[in-house]
Each structure stands twice: as C-alpha cells, then as structure tokens.
Design a protein around this ligand. Structure first.
Ligand code: SF4
Length: 469
C-alpha cells in the first residue's frame, strides 16, 4: 500500500466485498448496544479533522465514541468503540469472528499502547466478538465482551519494537522478504501470485492430503515432481493412485466402482443447495455465520420419464424454509436415492430447513437417509491427472466431464454466488427490476448447472465402472 498503492491485488475481490458487507452489519449491531454513542463520521484520510472531532467528543464526555481517532509520533489509530463506563474508559475492538485470534490481541495492544502514549487512561481493553451460542431472533446476546487487558499489557514491549520496525520499513525502499508462513497468516496475502514461484503442474505439493512432515521430507530429499517420488516413500493409497495417474496414464480406476455406484438405482435425484452464511443471523434458530439455505436445484432421473429439473429460489429475506421444505418434499418424496457431492453441507442444509419448517420436519429429516455422496466414491476409486490433487466438485467435474462447460453469466465475472444471493435477498440494497431479474436468472442457471453436473458425473462414473480395465 505504500510502494504500489494502485496494485491490482489491493482491489477487494468479490468474496472480500461480501465479508466487508458482513463486517458492516456486525459493526452496526455492536454500535446499537451503545445508543448514545457518537460516530466520528469523517473520511479516514481527513486525519486532523477526525482527531479534532474525537477531542470534542471526549471533552463533552460522550458515553461512547465510535471510530475514536488518536495520533502519536505519526501513528494513527482508530478505536472501534471507546466507552465511558463507571467514569473510566474501556477500549473495545469489535470482531466478526466467534473467538479471539492472536492478531486481534496485537491489534488491540497497538491501539491501547497509543492511547496510553497520548494520555488517555484506559481501564480495560476488550474484544467484542460474535457469540456462538446466540440464536436469532433473540440477538440480545449476539456479542461476547472478553476482557484482554492483562494479555494486552504483556504485548506492550513487542508493540514498541514493532512500531520502530514498521516505521523503519515504511521509510525505506520496498523490502525484500522471502516467502513463507507469514504469507498465509493471519490471512492469505493478496500478493502471493506475484511473490510465490510458479510450481510445475504436478509438483509434490499437489499430493492429495499431503501432511506437513511428509512435505518437509520430500523437500529435504530434493524431490520436486509427483513422478520423481520413489516407491519406498510412504504414500497413501490415494496418493499412489495419483502418482500412477500422472506417470502411467491420465485416468486411474481402482477397486469395484460398480459396487460403489450400485445404490444409485431406481428414481434418482441429483441435488445441489446454495446458502448464505450471515454474520448476524436473520432466521429463527440460526446463529452467527450459520448458512441460510436459500436455493436448490434438483435433476430427477427415472426409468419411467425423461430427465427433469426442479428449482427453487427464495424471494426475500423472510424465512423461506416452510416453502422450501414443501418444495423439497414434493420433489423428493418419490425418489429412491438423492445424489449429492460432499454430503456434510447438504445434510446441514436439510437440518436447518427441517428446524425452520416444523410441519415438514419429519419428511425433510427422512431425506438424509436417502443421501448418497459421490465424493467418497470418486476419492476411493478414481483419479484423473487433471484433478491436480483436488477432489472438489469443480476439479472432478471439469476433468471427468470436460465437455460440460459452465456458461457463466456476466454477473458472475465480478461477483460470487454468495455475494449475489446476499445482494438479492439480504442486503436491502435497492435493485432495479431488470437487474434483479438478471441476477435471479443467473443464480438459477448457476444452481441448475451444479445439479446437472452431478448427473453427468454419475453417467461418466457409470461408464467407467462398465469399462473393463
Ligand atoms: S506474498 Fe508473502 S512475501 Fe509476498 S508480499 Fe505477501 S506476505 Fe510478503
């Protein structure tokens, strides 16, 4: 941000925008708990004006100041909430996570340190984070306020050194730093594609489920490519299949794939859900970051009729689960098997839908026993070199069913499914009817692709099971 402020990597991607939107909701909910608080409502680059406004609010004795701004030795800090409680100040940092991380502590320590330097007596430092136990609609316990004063005090000596280091670094030229763990902690650095070397296609790091110590052993032996690893090296069964696929031929099929697919008989449904994980839950019984299932697409194949599709998408932020449950029951009550990919998510969606639709709860719960997960079928029997170490639905479908192409509507080029669903249903952002229609149609097409991909993937697996050797 200092040396190349216009870097493309610094433009927030659609996923980051979604999290920023959730962060705003968390901040608003936190501020609502201090109804007489004053927001320092000035642009962040107007530092002097912000400092003055903060001093005015302090002099008035405002009970809480949001985004209180202080500066010392060229360091500017913005405090989420500076609350005057029992005639002393509490520094509160608001986090949208459900627990405290080390970097939250360091961030709070940095701010507390600067406040102490400017002469503001802070009696307590707290992190106010989301409460895992909270359930909508009762949001009175949405936050947990955790005291961290002691832990912050311990960090003061580090903070002073860090400030010196950071100032030295910022005053110099672009620092040359080797890549390493710091590129992923506390979060992934957006510059990784620039700094990290481009690894060969089948680098040993692509081994599926490679444990850290095994990766270190491979590195120590100077082994770079999957095909270089000798037979004596302890690889898992899946990694051995992967290696054979890379060295001998693109596709490997092991074990009795036919037996694994045998339950897919009779009327078979192929089901895909979409959900939005909201930091501040809006439907009854849901907690922070719980997925709010809002959409499904289902293709149904049966010996008696042509392949047909049923789709469903919520209309607004009101709890749609009774309607969704009814549609699911009507769609799936006569099917024998429900094919999904990675059933943990679909199971969770069914649980959440059942909880929000008591009239259909039993029928929705019963669907769980019909779920058949394609992920372990593929993982335990099939490897294509184009998986590149991943069994994700996208990696597997595009390698095994290459002619099935997602015709991504334009809106998906700049936004993710979750961002679009959030905009359409939860953000309250007004949308022109024409744009709304485009977004709706795009979301329906996207989800339909997911369930159709399951159909095509199953057909391909069936073919593989029937092909001798
Ligand atoms: S990718 Fe790693 S080395 Fe490169 S800028 Fe980010 S943290 Fe620094």
């Amino acid at each position: 941000m200092t040396h190349e402020p216009d870097a493309q990597e610094l433009v927030p991607d659609p996923a980051a925008e979604f999290f920023m939107d959730q962060r705003v909701r968390v901040t608003d909910a936190a501020r609502a708990l201090f109804p007489d608080g004053t927001l320092i409502d000035l642009p962040h680059d107007q530092v002097q004006e912000r400092l003055r406004a903060t001093q005015v609010a302090l002099a008035r004795g405002d009970p809480a100041i949001f985004e209180a701004t202080f500066s010392e030795d060229g360091i500017v800090v913005v405090i989420d909430i500076l609350a005057l409680e029992d005639r002393s100040y509490t520094l509160i940092e608001v986090e949208s996570s459900t627990s405290i991380n080390d970097h939250h502590l360091l961030d709070a320590a940095f701010k507390a340190y600067v406040l102490r330097r400017v002469g503001i007596e802070v009696d307590a430092v707290e992190i106010m984070h989301l409460n895992e136990e909270c359930r909508s609609p009762d949001l009175s316990e949405l936050f947990v306020r955790e005291a961290i004063s002691g832990r912050v005090r311990h960090l003061f000596s580090q903070v002073s050194q860090l400030i010196t280091d950071q100032n030295t670094m910022l005053a110099g030229t672009l620092p040359a730093v080797e890549v390493g763990k710091h590129c992923n902690e506390p979060r992934e650095c957006p510059f990784k594609t620039r700094c990290w070397p481009v690894l060969p296609l089948h680098h040993v790091e692509t081994f599926y489920g490679l444990r850290q110590e095994r990766s270190a052993e491979l590195g120590a032996q100077g082994l770079v490519l999957v095909e270089d690893v000798p037979e004596t090296f302890p690889l898992t069964v899946i990694q051995q299949r992967q290696q054979r696929s890379v060295t001998q031929g693109e596709l490997q099929v092991d074990g009795d794939l036919g037996v694994a697919l045998a339950p897919l008989d009779g009327r078979v449904a192929f089901l895909a859900f979409e959900a939005v994980g909201l930091a501040v839950p809006v439907w009854e019984g849901l907690g922070p970051w719980h997925p709010h299932p809002v959409q499904f697409s289902c293709h149904i194949a049966s010996p008696e009729e042509d392949l047909r599709q049923v789709e469903w998408l919520a209309e607004g932020s009101d709890d749609p689960r009774p309607g969704m449950a009814r549609a699911l029951v009507e769609t799936l009550e006569h099917v024998d098997v429900v094919v999904v990919y990675d059933k943990a998510f679909e199971k969770e969606c069914l649980d959440l839908i059942a909880a929000g639709a008591p009239d259909y709860a039993k029928a929705v719960e019963a669907m769980k026993s019909k779920l058949h997960d394609l992920l372990p079928v593929v993982r335990n029997h099939v490897y294509h070199r184009d998986f590149l170490g991943s069994f994700s639905r996208t990696a597997v479908s595009s390698a095994l069913v290459p002619d099935l192409r997602r015709e991504s509507p334009e809106v998906f080029q700049e936004q993710t499914t979750e961002t679009l669903l959030n905009r359409l249903l939860f953000s309250g952002e007004p949308m022109e009817p024409a744009e709304r229609e485009v977004v709706r149609r795009s979301l329906l097409a996207n989800c339909a692709f997911e369930s159709l991909a399951l159909v095509r993937l199953t057909e391909r697996l069936d073919d593989l099971a029937k092909t001798p050797d």
